[in-house]
Design a protein around this ligand. Sequence first.
Ligand code: UT7
Length: 329
Amino acid sequence: MTHSGKRSRIAGLGINLPSKILTNAQLEKMVDTSDEWILTRTGIRERRIADDGETASTLAIPAAQEALRRAGVAPEDLDLIVCATSTPDMSFPSTACHIQRGIGAKGCPAFDILAACSGFVYGLSVVDNFIRAGSAKNALLVASEIFSRIVDWEDRNTCVLFGDGAAAVVIKATESSSHVIDSRIRADGSYADLLTGGGGSASIVSAKQFDPKSHFIKMKGNQTFKVAVTNMAEVCSSLLADNGYTANDVALVIPHQANIRIIHAVAKSLNIPEDKMYINVHRYGNTSAATVPIAMYEAQEEGRLKKGDLVLLVAFGGGLTWGSALVRW
Ligand code: UT7
């Protein structure tokens, strides 16, 4: 199949957030923590928690349907479905295949991307390359995470940080000036031990050795913080410079929402005013791969994304992985 448009336009967005809210005050009753500690160290006030029956795909489907509706694309017209998640429904079929069935699409390739909190930016880069190559013209990119299932609710170092949520974008091949300009995705596996989630073949599952905590997140938060700031700032700087832009050209940065202090440190390092950094970490905490598209959706709803704006996306996560994308809105 040949396509005339070779650039990627974000044509429609959707989100789906669980209605159940877990506040810092409620967490104070669960672990040895305080609203004051969580707020000053992370900026988080509350996060959403999925109901027991919810899975990554059931959370994603309404978000995908909203994005399709807003883009004016029918499910049967999709020629690519990519889902970024570290909390898939199961190891296989992929969550993307479950979403494909749930929205009534058929036949197109559907696969997951596992890049932890960088998953959406990774996915955007992959989809953009499919579109540039002429291999897709109507793609659905979804990020859906239920971290409440892999968080150790007895570990105050991690349980206060994460939340559940899903968001989706429909990306169309375009020749218009509104498109993904460029992206960079990176990884350094030598930092793998800084941030891990279990549940895979390395988890001990024999009856004798069963460790009920083997699928929980483990994080060396302090070290992760430092590497996050350095690498997020570096990848943004090089992406801007390689495309002939400076930080002054950027109208809005949509960063991964892990910690307000990381966002402020990245802004400082890039010399970008804090009011150009979109922040909603106080409402949802860290929803891993879903933070960037949820933030993008809310920024659009609030009128903070105007046609022609230069928008910089940046994320960082387990792997370690990180990446950035530059979008002309
Ligand atoms: O999503 C992608 C990857 N993840 C991240 O980007 C997360 C990066 N890291 C962070 O956001 C921060 O490092 C944290 C929020 C996780 C921790 O903040 P910090 O300022 O780096 O604190 P710390 O780890 O240096 O710990 C300071 C103290 C420790 O007590 P001691 O050893 O000084 O007595 C912790 O035990 O804070 C204690 N602490 C807590 N106290 C109250 C850790 N968690 C809590 C808590 N409530 N929930």
